[in-house]
Write a protein that binds this ligand. Sequence first.
Ligand code: PEP
Ligand code: MG
Length: 659
Amino acid sequence: MERSTIVRVHEGLHARPATRFVKLAKGFESDVELVKDGKAVSAKSSVKLMLLAVKENQEVTVRANGADAIEALEALIGYLENPRAGLDDEAEAQSPANDAGQEAAPAPGSVPAAPDGANRLRGVAASEGFAIGPAFAHFPPDIAGQGRVLRAEEIEGEIDRFRTAVGAVQARMDNALAQDSLSAGDRGIVAALRDIAADDSLTGEAEGLIKGGNDAVSAVITAASTIAAEFSAVDDHYLNARADDVHAVGRQICLVLLGQDDVSLENIPEGAILIADDIGAWDLARAPLKRIGGVVCGHGGATSHIAIIARSHGIPAVLGLGGQVNALRTARDVALDGNAGHVIIDPDEATRADFAGRVEAAAKERAGLTIFKTVTPKLADGRIIEVAANIGSLEEIEAAQEAGAMGIGLFRTELLFMRHMHLPSEDMQAETYAALAKAFAPYPVIVRTLDIGGDKPIAGIEFPDEENPFLGWRGIRMCLDRPDIFKRQLRALLRAAVHGNIKVMLPMVSDISEVRQTRVLIDECTVELKAEGVPHASFDLGVMIETPAAVLIAPALAKEVAFFSIGTNDLTQYIMAADRLNPTVAKLNDVTNPAVMSAIEMTAKAGVAAGIMVGMCGEAAGRPDLIATFVKMGLTELSMSPASIQRAKKAIMAMAAEG
Ligand code: PEP
Ligand code: MG
């Protein structure tokens, strides 16, 4: 008995909805299969179901065979046709790879990896600040299979041992989920792992291998590799990340079988510097972050999840040391400079004193800056300079508010698109933008429309192979070619504008027609929403000035838009023709180069002459040494990472005091 339907589950059968579907299917005696494109899998295995990669709006067939087949079909088809089924699971749907992923766009701070001296290493400056403390080396050993061939009479006992180990891992994960202290993000990570541990794809594969005479540890390693390879092969980056989950679960089962405990971060001493070749984002997120003084890692870069977690918790970090990190395995103490990307092994007395002084000065500075949280920076002539925050997810609202952000000057929407298995729906986007608007009203929230290109592909958009993705089909160029995606975002923004002060800005603008075409689409969306009776409101439309072309046509652009926001990260790379991610040309990638500064000045002049607001949302906006120059050029809004806000307010107040 079978029935076909179109899947309406929000974002399809990704991790949690797949598990719920399986739970429902397991409630029936009948054998149940789900069929897509002629491929049938058991509906009672969430791993198999995930690997089928069923997306929203795809047609599938549910096949049931058994006494309660009619009831099973009824219930399962009902689930598939329920658009809320996926949404309800949203909070738990994040993967370890996606967890805590805050900023989608590159942050500054890459440094070439070159040893500086016997005990000095250089890596990527990934999270600012200084730290000195005892080294805590975290190098969990690889688990190797025992390669033992079982005798026939040993097999049953080995299967029992394996099942007990799986049960213990599941119980440990259930225990973790029962803790109230677990944050929503962490809960999602543990739940995703528990689902894999509870699924018979991994355990079934391993049991098959044990029956074939393999010892349990070897069987688990092989089974995990096989299933992880299947996840890696799916053409969907969300599902690719599940491969790491499978390995993580396999590792836990092996450790129980071997009677070993994983090296835990639980016992990291107060103020210690965590040293590792690589740390899973989920390991770090669950670690006692308050006790960690600094992080040093062989893997990772300024935009990796470890960097993002470190920055959001104010932990200095130097990443991307590569093989050099091995020199730290036996270190007793480590000093690190997260601003310059320096790591010093077993520092001498003078270095210790120097770092201790810097750590103390930084703490003092931070404490002294908190008085600026509630300050509204005003110039001597009474003009207010808005100091706003750059964020990329709702999770960062609190940090921005805590810092005293006067609204959001750049909401990067990329993460919203990258986090999910499919393109985010209009409803979900509208909810997200509305939540932002409400959180900061009456301050403005400037949402940047999707700024993505082939260097960072997302599920649901086919990017061509490009020789130079930074000069290719990205940002507004891609959006205008894909009105289906762009209009969904514009409609969501029009809907959210009802709830607060939403402004919208376009990235990578290089031609005035891009603004005009966008306006046509906005008008179309407005007409549609009106006809549908959906509440909506208009918003100010601005552009980012981040291409040389935009600078050169700024006077004309200023007549067509409500504001400019200067994106110095890209503007610098395009003016200087120096890739912002290439450490070899890092010296040229300098915002203070006269060429870049005069581009900023030209932009400010054009904006001021036209009477529109000129702001800045590139990293340079938070530099206290440049703020006075920008303000004198006529900028009235500076948007930066929350950590820089109070220092920036202080710099503006100092200007005012000087008159
Ligand atoms: C910029 O280019 O300065 C900017 C703010 O955008 P992003 O860093 O996201 O490219
Ligand atoms: Mg940019």
